[in-house]
Design a protein around this ligand. Sequence first.
Ligand code: NAD
Length: 344
Amino acid sequence: MGKKINVGFVGAGYWGQKLLPKFLSAPDAAVRVVCDIHSGNRAAVQQKFPQISTAESCEAVLTDRELDGVVIATPPASHFSLAKKALDAGKHVWVEKPLALRLEEGRDLVQLARAKKTVLFVDHTFLYDPAVTMIRDMIRQGELGDIYHLYLQRLNLGRIKRDSNVWWNSAPHDASIVLYLLASRPKSVNLHGYRYLQPNLEDLNLAVIEMCDGTSAFIYHNWLYPENTAKLTVIGSKRLLVYEGKFEKRSVTVYDYEVEDSMDGGRLMDGLPTTIPSKMIAERELQGFQDQEPLAAAVKDFLESIRDSRAPLSHGEFSLQVLAVLEAGDRSVRSNGEKIPVEF
Ligand SMILES: NC(=O)c1ccc[n+]([C@@H]2O[C@H](COP(=O)([O-])OP(=O)(O)OC[C@H]3O[C@@H](n4cnc5c(N)ncnc54)[C@H](O)[C@@H]3O)[C@@H](O)[C@H]2O)c1
């Protein structure tokens, strides 16, 4: 093993404290400093990881000559300015989702990373779930047939954000999964959102994404929901598939089904076909992906991409497409759910 990659953390709240142990246990990385403006979170880090030094000011961390990379795990509104400062200083950057709050800002970051020849990694964690990779392979190999539709649900009670609505909080995951799985590009987004708890922030929304090849995706988010659900359903012409994507419980179930393909074959009632016969044939749960932990795999890819001077799987340009979908959704919800084209 060569020299360790020196990393500094900016933001040690809920997610920063989940990420930190992954970097601490990565053999390639040395976490030198964690900065957070919140004294309680600095104290929590000091208590759990007394070997790490903490700082209040992030300016010094973003430009620290000793650091090779910076991990930004602050609220979304600060991602652009913090990532820009770190990239300007020549750092490799891990930025939490979403990359930025505007496509233009995302583009600036991608261009800056290109100019500086540094890695810009965006934490679309689900790209690193081997279950998601397996589903992608199945789709690419035609095992599910033509893909008609995806239905994604991210529902829970809790972690209700004050600084972003449920779309900006949850859709980076779902949009990244849709774009990663499907070969086609997103064409348009309709987003309907509703506010019950906070006057300016939607706490539930329903999105329709249309892809250029005719595939549709519905995304339902709600953080006032009795069950903790993170689920993807894939409707293919040959098979159906359900992916349960909670970090603590992941599973993939495939369903063989049959729909009689001709209206003429249906039972007739008074000469009119009233239903097309369909039936479920078999159901099986797939195995073989449970032992790889997605966040640890994401950290490994970030570090290796720095070491090997290559783009990580979840690179900035991929995330720009996610941002284009997020931005279209944002414009749609402000126009009462109008269909908004996705522009890259
Ligand atoms: N990939 C995932 O699965 C996943 C899961 C949860 C959260 N996240 C992302 O992680 C990020 C943080 O979310 P969270 O839930 O941890 O929020 P949080 O509010 O719990 O933590 C954010 C922390 O950043 C600190 N902070 C804010 N501005 C700062 C600044 N300028 N300099 C230094 N520290 C600053 C705050 O004091 C706080 O401790 C968000 O972008 C969120 O979308 C990702």
